[in-house]
Write a protein that binds this ligand. Structure first.
Ligand SMILES: [Ca+2]
Length: 165
């Protein structure tokens, strides 16, 4: 019987039998990971929701935000990538939601943190889009290495996000 007879590779992965070691390997498609291609890698673009990011507080309860919500109230552009992004003051959690609304609790009122899964930094540079406030003591993105925030950046006191390194 082939080592691949049970179709062990999920999500369209290709099973490659290894008769020498009596095992198999899965060659996974671009969007899947794991020994059996069973895992969807965490994305950092929020195009498929909030993925495995961990929330505290309430500010991220209705995220991600769809489309250029700030422009709908003449405060844009948001400069977001794709269709979805994280806007702590924004309330447009569905494509069908009315554009331009603030979070309940009053825009910037709700607080909290949003922490990504662990990832490897490959190369010399990491960058991200950030907007909103401009006081690093109040709103910021942090790069945490070994439990310590080793870098932080904030926005430019407007809804338009800019790329920070
Ligand atoms: Ca996005």
């Amino acid at each position: 019987m082939s080592l691949c007879a049970s179709n062990p590779c999920k999500n369209g992965g290709t099973c490659i039998p290894n008769y020498m070691n009596n095992c198999y390997n899965c060659l996974c498609g671009e969007r899947f990971l794991g020994n059996n291609c069973e895992r969807v890698p965490c994305k950092f673009d929020f195009e498929n929701g909030i993925d495995e990011w961990k929330r505290t507080g309430t500010v991220f309860d209705n995220q991600p935000t769809y489309g250029d919500n700030p422009t709908a109230r003449n405060r844009g552009p948001s400069n977001h990538q794709g269709d979805w992004w994280i806007g702590g003051a924004e309330h447009r959690p569905n494509i069908s939601s009315a554009p331009g609304k603030f979070q309940s609790g009053g825009g910037d009122g709700p607080q909290g943190t949003l922490t990504s899964p662990t990832f490897n930094v490959i190369g010399q540079t990491i960058s991200f889009l950030i907007g909103g406030g401009c006081d690093v003591n109040v709103v910021r993105a942090e790069l945490i290495v070994g439990g310590q925030a080793v870098r932080n950046k904030t926005g430019q006191c407007k809804e338009t996000m800019t790329r920070k390194k």
